[in-house]
Ligand binder design. Structure first.
Ligand code: E4P
Length: 221
């Protein structure tokens, strides 16, 4: 399973990249705003900065336009920034039309704000590179987000769709593990969820014991 980090924070992207497990980055307009990035030129430069840190991984850059012509124009500009840019398009009627256009023209896409299997089926039919079902936001409204990943996996496998399932809105390590069990192609979440996979109390106590025994043995020599 590929690990994407869901942030526009360059330090966190660098930290995940340095760990050696980063396969890509997803951003959205809220994450860009959180970093204080605004204005077309600054936004475009920030995407290039992210691509340069990640080097070989896909970087999702979301369009703001919601009409077909606007999505195409914005998406083509974003795609021209760097070969690793994936144009992130919302799951709306003009978005699906735009995904078909981008797919026919060799531009990678990530269909975002997906909350049902029907929406995911439509995204695959339109030729999306990635589909982003929002696991955490479904959990937030007492609906099982992980179950949606299972449903989409079944549907995509039934018809061998190439669209990759990008489990988004991942919030904690259990989400990551469940997505891995189901066979999501990618997960995107915060650095904290990735780092939490490192943790086990028996690792900490075992390491402390090994080091203490080593020290004792060294002192006895
Ligand atoms: C998807 O790509 C979104 O950027 C993201 O995963 C949303 O996550 P949130 O629900 O934690 O805001």
């Amino acid at each position: 399973m590929k690990f994407f980090i869901d942030t526009a924070n360059l330090d966190q992207i660098r930290e995940a990249q340095d760990l050696g497990v980063l396969d890509g980055v997803t951003t959205n307009p809220s994450l860009m705003a959180k970093e204080g990035i605004s204005g077309v030129d600054r936004v475009l430069k920030h995407y290039v900065d992210i691509c340069e840190i990640v080097k070989n991984g896909d970087v999702s850059a979301e369009v703001i336009a919601t009409d077909y012509a606007g999505i195409i124009k914005e998406g083509e500009n974003l795609a021209a920034l760097h070969p690793n840019i994936v144009v992130k398009v919302p799951m709306i009627k003009d978005g699906i039309k735009a995904i078909r256009y981008f797919s026919d023209n060799g531009i990678k896409t990530n269909c975002t704000l997906v909350f049902s299997a029907g929406q995911a089926l439509l995204a695959a039919k339109a030729g999306a590179t990635y589909v982003s079902p929002f696991v955490g936001r479904l959990d937030d409204i007492s609906t099982d987000g992980i179950q949606l990943i299972e449903q989409i996996r079944l549907i995509y496998d039934n018809y061998a769709y190439d669209t990759q399932i990008l489990a988004a809105s991942v919030r904690h390590p259990m989400h990551i593990m469940k997505c891995a069990e189901i066979g999501a192609d990618v997960m995107t979440g915060p650095l904290s969820a990735i780092m939490a996979l490192l943790k086990h109390p028996l690792t900490d106590s075992g390491l402390a014991q090994f080091l203490a025994d080593h020290k004792k043995a060294s002192e006895q020599q």
